[in-house]
Design a protein around this ligand. Structure first.
Ligand code: B12
Ligand code: SF4
Length: 467
């Protein structure tokens, strides 16, 4: 059957497609699972024509999949589902993605027949096979009818057992967009996953809960096969924490070296993981580790222990030195707390200077669905608008007047981006923050400053009736 998988575009996102636009790896995984059985098309609304234009020039699909990658995507994905139903009234629609995997909230009002939670390949394959054979689809782990979706995200979501069992992502489906995907200084970029899950338990993070703290790894041969499938040089490794198993990472580095791959890697790592095995960092720097993203989160031990981060400020300092000694660039994220006053913002500004963070980034402490923080604080949120779960808005009451808070956040970003950018030729005018060479970064800052203004004064979401 013809399966059309759609990735939404959020024109209101502060972190816009002009600042980062990555390939929809989740849909390539689904494509991999359906390969050989069904005819799959991925329609990326950030780059492709509006759905109505697609419908005017293509045969109707037999099954439509709509991704809800983030909580912030709920509104746009809902609109996509309704447009798909308008264009192809008789075609079944299935939803899936990170948001429905962790939360059943805000899923009303979609035009949909099925919902998938967790790794989507197997349930989608089953659904497509049943629909094609004219059978009533078997629901169960990972798949529910849209109208009985409650609990799917919690009780009936499959716990992934092994990453090797997942099929290879089908990257041929987006070969025509290969040059369009970028992230930060990596243009073009390809996404790849070596592991999933994390054994730590940070309070603001949903990723460890998704695998029940288990750390799932792909075999070295399988990783090599995936790298071999990618032509480009820049690889954004989307593991939750890539270096948890140092011996395996050394083995993988040797294997990558031996295979002759010459790539630039951007990877996520904790500061304590790096410090435990400086030899692993040095070896990865040799084979192409170009930059890391570390969750520094804070330079005060009180805040760090409140987040259950399990690292301390001194480790952050030492890890930055370790990376710099190895010529690895550091993107470090810091959490901005809603209860901050002017001095706290000023302190963070000074910290960035002092630490010489190459690419600082800032997230407002956000109770993302599926986290312990969310569960503990649900009744304290000042808004029920899913679009505000973007890490640039506060869902908690702020100590400063809201306008002041957002101005200071924007000032932090502006100050950080005015610093010289590593790895970028002088004469260009990139922002350190996301390396935008156009007005996109300035627009993001204006958006943040306006966040408290009249235009963005959000009412709780009103869900349209399915009609
Ligand atoms: C890479 C990444 C990004 C990239 C872009 C990704 C892209 N392709 O466009 C960038 C850096 C741009 C980004 C931005 C943001 N991100 Co981000 N990102 C990730 C990351 C690290 C990896 C995503 C990925 O590729 N995973 C690998 C795939 C294979 O996994 P998967 O999503 O689980 O897919 C499976 C299932 O979900 C299912 N499935 C998925 N889609 C569909 C669709 C259908 C129809 C079906 C049936 C099934 C299905 O099947 C898939 C295959 O098995 C995740 C963390 C994570 N571990 O997932 C965070 C994550 C998704 N991001 C997150 C957030 C918050 C954001 C931002 C909102 C905030 C921010 N400031 O960073 C922005 C939003 C940007 C925007 N414009 O809207 C959160 C989402 C939490 C939430 N509840 O919303 C995550 C989970 C990280 C976290 N901190 O918890 N992100
Ligand atoms: S924030 Fe990082 S270290 Fe903490 S639980 Fe999530 S993935 Fe693990």
């Amino acid at each position: 059957m013809r399966v059309l998988l759609i990735w939404p575009r959020n024109e209101r996102a502060l972190l816009s497609d002009r600042l980062s636009c990555c390939e929809p790896l989740p849909l390539e995984y689904l494509g991999g699972a359906l390969r050989g059985h069904h005819d799959v098309t991925i329609h990326d609304l950030r780059l492709d024509a509006p759905l109505a234009d697609y419908a005017a020039t293509h045969e109707p699909p037999d099954l439509v999949g709509v991704a809800i990658p983030y909580t912030t995507s709920v509104r746009v994905s809902r609109e996509v589902s309704r447009e798909a139903r308008r264009l192809w009234p008789d075609v079944p629609i299935v939803l899936g993605g990170h948001h429905p995997t962790v939360s059943a909230e805000w899923l009303d009002g979609f035009a949909a027949d099925w919902v998938v939670a967790g790794e989507g390949g197997a349930p989608l394959n089953r659904l497509a096979a049943d629909l094609e054979a004219g059978r009533t689809p078997q629901t169960g782990v990972g798949l529910a009818p849209y109208d009985s979706r409650t609990g799917l995200e919690r009780d009936r979501r499959p716990r992934p057992a092994a990453l090797n069992d997942l099929p290879m992502p089908d990257r041929s489906l987006l070969a025509h967009h290969r040059q369009d995907y970028f992230h930060s200084i990596y243009r073009p970029v390809s996404l790849i996953r070596f592991t999933a899950g994390c054994p730590y338990t940070c309070k603001f993070c949903s990723l460890w809960r998704m695998t029940d703290r288990r750390y799932l790894v792909k075999d070295i041969d399988r990783v090599l096969a995936e790298i071999d499938d990618i032509e480009g040089q820049n690889l954004y490794v989307v593991d939750d924490e890539a270096f948890i198993q140092p011996a395996r990472m050394l083995e993988l580095a040797d294997a990558i070296d031996k295979a002759g791959f010459r790539k630039r890697f951007h990877m996520y790592i904790r500061t304590d993981t790096a410090l435990r095995r400086p030899d692993v960092i040095a070896r990865w720097a040799e084979i192409g580790l170009d930059s890391v993203l570390v969750g520094a989160e804070s330079m005060t031990d009180d805040e760090l222990s409140g987040y259950r981060k399990g690292t301390d400020a001194d480790q952050t300092r030492r890890a930055l030195d370790l990376f710099h000694t190895n010529q690895v660039k550091v993107r470090a994220n810091f959490i901005v707390q809603p209860n901050w006053v002017g001095e706290d913002f000023a302190r963070l500004g000074r910290t960035i200077e002092e630490l010489q963070v190459d690419m600082p980034s800032f997230s407002v402490l956000t109770p993302l669905p599926g986290t312990d923080l969310y569960d503990e604080s649900r009744d304290q949120h000042i808004s029920d608008d899913p679009e505000l779960f973007d890490c640039y808005h506060s869902l908690f009451p702020t100590k400063l007047p809201l306008e002041d808070f957002y101005h200071r956040l924007a000032d932090l970003l502006a100050g950080a981006s005015a610093r010289p950018a590593p790895g970028v030729a002088s004469g260009q005018d990139p922002s350190v923050f996301y390396y935008s060479d156009n007005s996109a970064f300035d627009e993001m800052l204006s958006g943040i400053r306006l966040a408290a203004g009249p235009g963005r004064d959000r009412e709780p979401e009103r869900v349209p009736s399915t009609g």
